[in-house]
Write a protein that binds this ligand. Structure first.
Ligand SMILES: CC(C)(COP(=O)(O)OP(=O)(O)OC[C@H]1O[C@@H](n2cnc3c(N)ncnc32)[C@H](O)[C@@H]1OP(=O)(O)O)[C@@H](O)C(=O)NCCC(=O)NCCS
Length: 156
């Protein structure tokens, strides 16, 4: 479990970009992160442990009453400790406070870890985009959460 989750600042940038490159085969560039930080509707939350080590981050958009999750990554050394779930739950609470009531995302169809994590939060598969991903080419599963009332206060 993270000790703290907070909105990313420029001080976090280098570490977040390094984690992105470690985790994804087709990583976002530093420039992409800077562009996201400059968009009013885009939000990045980071999680750190007690010692200040970066555990993970989540990127999402809040567009009127719709939330869209773009990216979620947890450091390999910190996995299966609830960090991803805590980041996703916090992003949903953040979006809910801003009026969102539905959320959606795309995920690689082979990504069982992420699919199970999102299912725990109430997301369900609602469709598929053929050949959506590169390196390797793969379909995306579209997942959607209708109604944020289902997020328990007990969810990390
Ligand atoms: C997917 C990812 C973010 C999960 O982060 P995490 O901090 O390890 O996840 P959590 O510990 O919060 O796990 C929550 C639940 O998700 C599911 N889950 C997480 N990792 C899993 C795995 N390797 N296999 C199966 N289920 C998994 C489980 O249901 C888990 O609950 P449990 O531990 O009680 O069984 C992480 O594995 C990651 O960064 N992967 C690479 C990047 C990625 O695929 N991002 C998603 C893009 S949409």
């Amino acid at each position: 479990m993270p000790n703290t989750i907070y909105p990313m600042t420029e001080k976090d940038l280098a570490e977040v970009v390094a984690l992105e490159s470690e985790v994804f085969t087709w990583p976002w560039s530093e420039r992409s992160f800077v562009e996201e930080m400059e968009r009013g509707f885009s939000h990045i939350l980071v999680a750190r442990d007690k010692a200040g080590a970066l555990l993970g981050f989540i990127i999402f958009w809040v567009l009127y009453d719709e939330m869209h999750i773009l990216n979620l990554a947890v450091s390999p050394a910190a996995r299966r400790q609830g960090v991803g779930l805590a980041l996703a739950a916090e992003s949903l609470r953040f979006a809910r406070r801003r009026g969102c009531r539905t959320a959606d995302l795309e995920v690689r169809e082979s990504n069982d870890a992420a699919i199970q994590l999102y299912e725990k939060l109430g997301f369900a598969a609602v469709g598929r985009r053929r050949g959506y991903y590169e390196s390797p080419v793969e379909d995306a599963v579209l997942m959607r959460l209708e109604g944020f009332g289902r997020i328990s206060k007990k969810t990390p």
